[in-house]
Design a protein around this ligand. Structure first.
Ligand code: NAD
Length: 302
């Protein structure tokens, strides 16, 4: 299908994703500077190099799964004392970034890669660690048509849905819009449950009505923020994630940057970002993002 893959960033998402490629018989050489992440990937059968440069040498695809856009740009272009991967790669190498980063940074990475004679695809994911383990992720892909055709079979080994969203940066654009809906709709669902409680209806009654009415949404019917109606939702295990408050805040800040750079007159998205910042200050960083209902309850009981 393809030559060797350099897999850079073997964390919560990258580790199982790289493991799924190895399981499918793809040759992978990974790297992660965090020894525990590298070790966990080795336990999944991933061969691990001593540096990103070593992993990338001779690879046909350089896949990154990092926390932030600046890390991707630094790896590509290099930093003081660290040679950039773009400079060392064979002409035409495909740089595939699956991290969630800002749309402008993705376009900057695309320009840097293509200026250096390479190709670039942004392919952020949704589906979380569970989807990474089970190879059921959704990939939102920004790519030229030919590059999309090349990466699609590879992405299908790690996910169940691969959507071509447009040219460079479009995958990140789709992801940031989707997650702004998610952050805002979770807050709306949480406020509705607290309001229902204050008005004297039970959580079960509100769920029974809204889940089958126009209030229906993923935040309600899959990740329900109150225990009971959806037994698998994180609310039933004291808001163990799931999708953490820290990641939701990160994604809403990416949405804020996109709103600012485009001049969209959004109000709910920025307010949701502020509410998630407050949630982090109240210990929400490592809780499931639906735990924000407790902030809303606390403020309602003051
Ligand atoms: P993580 O922090 O667990 O993993 C990132 C890894 O990158 C770390 O192990 C870190 O040591 C490594 N790293 C940093 N610099 C590096 C370098 N120069 N070379 C190689 N590795 C390097 O993060 P994660 O949860 O795996 O998330 C990865 C990306 O996926 C993020 O952009 C996140 O927003 C996105 N995402 C995460 C989830 C989720 O549920 N965790 C869901 C969807 C999307």
């Amino acid at each position: 299908m393809t030559g060797r893959i350099a897999f850079l960033g073997l964390g919560h998402m990258g580790g199982p994703m790289a493991g799924n490629l190895v399981k499918a018989g793809i040759e992978v050489l990974g790297f992660d500077p965090f020894p525990a992440a590298a070790e966990a990937a080795r336990a999944r059968g991933v061969e691990v190099a001593g540096s990103a440069q070593e992993a990338a040498e001779g690879a046909s695809i350089v896949l990154t799964m990092l926390q932030a856009g600046q890390q991707v740009l630094d790896l590509y272009r290099g930093t003081e004392g660290q040679k950039g991967l773009l400079a060392g790669a064979a002409p035409g190498t495909l740089f595939l970034d699956c991290s969630t980063i800002n749309v402008d940074e993705a376009r900057e990475a695309a320009a840097a890669a293509t200026d250096a004679g390479h190709r670039f695809v942004d392919a952020p994911v949704s589906g979380g660690v569970v989807g990474a383990e089970a190879a059921t992720l959704t990939f939102m892909v920004g790519a030229d048509d030919g590059d999309f055709d090349q990466v699609r079979p590879l992405l299908e080994l790690m996910g169940k849905r691969v959507v071509h969203c447009g040219g460079h940066g479009s995958g990140q654009a789709a992801k940031v819009c989707n997650n702004m809906i998610l952050g805002a709709s979770m807050i709306a669902v949480c406020e509705a449950f607290v309001l229902g409680e204050k008005l004297g209806i039970t959580d079960e009654v509100l769920f029974d009505v809204a889940a089958h009415a126009s209030g229906q949404c993923w935040a309600l019917t899959t990740n329900c923020p109150v225990p009971g109606p959806v037994p698998t939702s994180p609310a039933n295990r004291n808001y163990e994630p799931g999708f953490t408050g820290a990641l939701m805040a990160k994604d809403l800040h990416l949405a804020l940057q996109a709103i600012e750079s485009t001049g969209v007159a959004a109000q709910i998205g920025p307010l949701a970002a502020k509410m998630y910042d407050d949630f982090l200050e109240h210990g929400g960083a490592q809780r499931d993002f639906s735990g924000i209902i407790n902030d809303i309850r606390d403020r309602s009981n003051r």
